[in-house]
Ligand binder design. Structure first.
Ligand SMILES: C[S@@+](CC[C@H](N)C(=O)[O-])C[C@H]1O[C@@H](n2cnc3c(N)ncnc32)[C@H](O)[C@@H]1O
Length: 202
């Protein structure tokens, strides 16, 4: 049986062969196939996009009639078509970054693979990851079109239940899903809000 490291090596080699800068693309592929997230012509926001594997996958799936906005603290290591995309290097907690992304909205899908730099302290890392997911859900509240969806990486800790509860209020369904391509020992999962409900009046 393959160990976690052998599996990771398999996915890393496959990504390299297929021209993706990170093996995380196969997690998005699984999410996309399972939840039918991406369609040609969609407007998509990719949070925590560097080095750029998810953005590459998204750009291929939405095609030239779609639009991709991407944001990360780090630069991308891929080239995107400037006529169908926008990249901002910065922190999603920064208001100027938020305004620049909002100006290009609304979006049909908000994706986040953003993760805090791990400290080795599990409690601290999961708290930071939960705070990032809260921020991503705020972006989705602000910038998603009705019927749109959100998928965000979460380091599993005590906060998963409350985040799913928040999603249940605003979306047709709320799910947690761990792709098979995640390392077996990793404590990351993805939470999804599918099909945003129209805003309630009043
Ligand atoms: C696992 S990587 C994303 C990999 C990417 N999905 C890909 O396929 O290439 C996580 C990213 O989250 C970014 N990140 C973490 N906190 C952030 C923040 N507050 N604002 C913007 N990006 C952030 C990190 O810089 C890092 O590049």
């Amino acid at each position: 049986m393959a160990t976690g490291y052998e599996q990771a090596d398999f996915w890393a080699k496959k990504a390299k062969k297929e021209g993706y800068p990170a093996r995380s693309v196969y997690k998005l592929q699984e999410l996309d196939e399972k939840f039918k997230l991406l369609k040609p012509g969609m407007r998509v926001l990719d949070i925590g996009a560097a080095p750029g594997s998810w953005s590459m996958w998204v750009a291929r799936r939405i095609g030239p009639s779609g639009f991709l906005a991407a944001v990360d603290l780090q630069p991308l290591r891929i080239a995107l078509d400037p006529s169908a995309s926008f990249f901002v290097q910065g922190d999603i907690y920064d208001q100027a970054v938020r305004d620049a992304i909002r100006e290009r909205g609304p979006y049909n899908l908000v994706l986040s693979d953003a993760a805090p730099a791990t400290s080795g302290n599990h409690g601290l890392d999961t708290d930071r990851s939960e705070a990032l997911v809260e921020a991503v859900l705020d972006y989705a509240d602000d910038m998603l079109a009705p019927g749109g969806s959100v998928a965000a990486k979460l380091f599993m800790g005590g906060g998963q239940k409350a985040l799913l509860e928040r999603l249940r209020g605003a979306y047709g369904s709320a799910r947690a899903f761990k792709p098979k391509t995640c390392r077996p020992q990793s404590f990351e999962t993805y939470i999804l809000g599918l099909v945003r409900k129209p805003a309630q009046a009043g």
